[in-house]
Ligand binder design. Structure first.
Ligand SMILES: C[S@@+](CC[C@H](N)C(=O)[O-])C[C@H]1O[C@@H](n2cnc3c(N)ncnc32)[C@H](O)[C@@H]1O
Length: 426
């Protein structure tokens, strides 16, 4: 077990929600968080990087997730910002959007160094990396797409950060935002708070030793003991973070509103897929109640799902738009209708792949890999039946009829989004 402490000064834990920090406090907080993530760069290098041979594929899939089956929502040559990019995310975005210019920024020098080294190895020339805290950024209406996941909740004043993101967004742009779900973090929040009170909140050795020595069989002990052998950077990111705030869907809606933004659509991430929790629906085995839930307006249904699914509710990971966006808002039900009206084909192509070597560094695979990587987990018969001529509705009628509305939503999610790239509108 390694003994590692972070020398950064320790502010006294998260400021109360909504408290305003002074510019000097912002600089101080960003320095402390940068030191923490340079000591524990997280997440570590991904084992696999890939770039689709068709540069239009990923932008089209993001458009589809936003309910635009014409592909127009993600313009070619988009400008993308990945604030708090960490080690991988800005590079992943640069590979997914090869026609875009991607700016990745972070306060962790080490994370930026690791990202830059990997970008060189795979020859990503559309990526610019900046050592810059979000509170120091002064972009104005510059970006079509901002991806900020797992970042603003580590700062004492997430509202100020979200305002910066909103100011940097073009009027028609979109922010992909992930913050911690309150119902996922109860044990972690309690442990972090206790460490702060003891004055050992950034002492990895102490935290791991304490975790291993716990004797009470409670929820906290069970979770931390299951993770105590995790790699140090992972354990530290979870259990030792210097700041952490958590959100329900209702909290995020309030935060977005104060930043001039609004929740547009859920975003299904690969993490959510692996957790098998990505639908904002309560799967009750009673069709009448299910219909009532389904008929709720989107925000209310997301909130109800958050409350009833609790620890099994999805990650709080949404696309946000400016409240004054010129693009008409669509509801989830309207997106489902657009999917049914769309003419689609199977995604089929190849991607160039690089694998992380044991000794470090990425090595290209000799041959391209097939896209999509596997068969859909559900709805294979729909993928087999689409023909690039008939709208999905007609295809489904040919298969026995359009299913119930919540099944259509699940089908759209599990066939047409970046995390489930099986169908693409023609
Ligand atoms: C948990 S990591 C997530 C990295 C990346 N977004 C991802 O999803 O893979 C959080 C990252 O945000 C960075 N960060 C936190 N607060 C920041 C701020 N105010 N400005 C810039 N970067 C920040 C940290 O240095 C760290 O690299």
């Amino acid at each position: 077990m390694s003994h590692s402490t972070v020398p950064a000064p320790r502010p006294a834990g998260p400021a109360p929600r909504g408290a305003r920090a002074t510019p000097a406090e912002h600089v101080e907080h960003e320095r402390a968080i940068g030191d923490f993530y340079s000591e524990f760069p997280y997440p570590w290098h991904v084992t696999r990087l890939a770039r689709a041979d068709d540069p239009t594929l990923h932008p089209a899939l993001v458009s589809q997730e936003l309910g635009d089956f014409t592909g127009g929502r993600m313009p070619p040559g988009a400008r993308i910002w990945v604030p708090g990019c960490g080690v991988n995310q800005a590079l992943i975005m640069a590979l997914r959007f090869p026609s875009a210019t991607v700016v990745g920024s972070d306060v962790s020098e080490e994370s930026l160094r690791m990202c830059g080294a990997a970008a060189e190895q795979v020859g990503a020339s559309n990526l610019v990396l900046r050592d810059e805290g979000i509170t120091q950024a002064s972009y104005r209406e510059e970006f079509d797409y901002i991806a900020c996941t797992g970042v603003i909740h580590h700062c004492p004043n997430p509202g100020t950060l979200l305002e910066r993101l909103g100011a940097a967004l073009k009027p028609s742009g979109v922010v992909e935002l992930m913050v911690y779900n309150t119902f996922h973090r109860r044990e972690i929040t309690a442990f972090q708070e206790a460490m702060r009170l003891i004055g050992r909140d950034q002492d990895l050795w102490y935290a791991k030793r304490l975790a291993a020595a716990f004797r009470t069989d409670n929820l906290l002990t069970r979770q931390i003991q299951a993770e105590v052998e995790d790699p140090d950077v992972q354990f530290a990111d979870t259990w030792l973070n210097p700041y952490e705030q958590t959100y329900t869907v209702a909290d995020l809606d309030g935060l977005a509103g104060r930043a001039g933004l609004e929740l547009e659509a859920p975003c299904v991430s690969a993490v959510a897929r692996s957790l098998e929790s990505f639908m904002w629906e309560v799967p009750v085995a009673d069709d009448r109640i299910r219909r009532q839930f389904h008929a709720l307006d989107d925000l209310t249904r997301w909130r109800v799902s958050n409350l009833l699914l609790m620890d099994r509710s999805p990650l709080v990971w949404f696309y946000l738009r400016r409240a004054d966006s010129p693009i008409p808002a669509t509801t989830e039900a309207e997106r489902d209708e657009r999917f049914l009206d769309a003419v689609m084909t199977r995604v089929s192509g190849t991607e160039r792949v690089w694998l992380l070597e044991r000794a470090g560094g990425y090595r290209p695979l000799d041959r391209p890999a097939d896209l999509p990587a596997g068969r859909p987990a559900e709805f294979q018969e729909v993928v087999d039946a689409v023909d690039g001529r008939r709208p999905v509705r007609e295809v489904l009628e040919g298969l026995g009829g359009v299913p119930r509305p919540w099944t259509v939503r699940r089908m759209r999610t599990m066939l047409t989004t970046p995390t489930f790239p099986h169908l693409r509108a023609v």
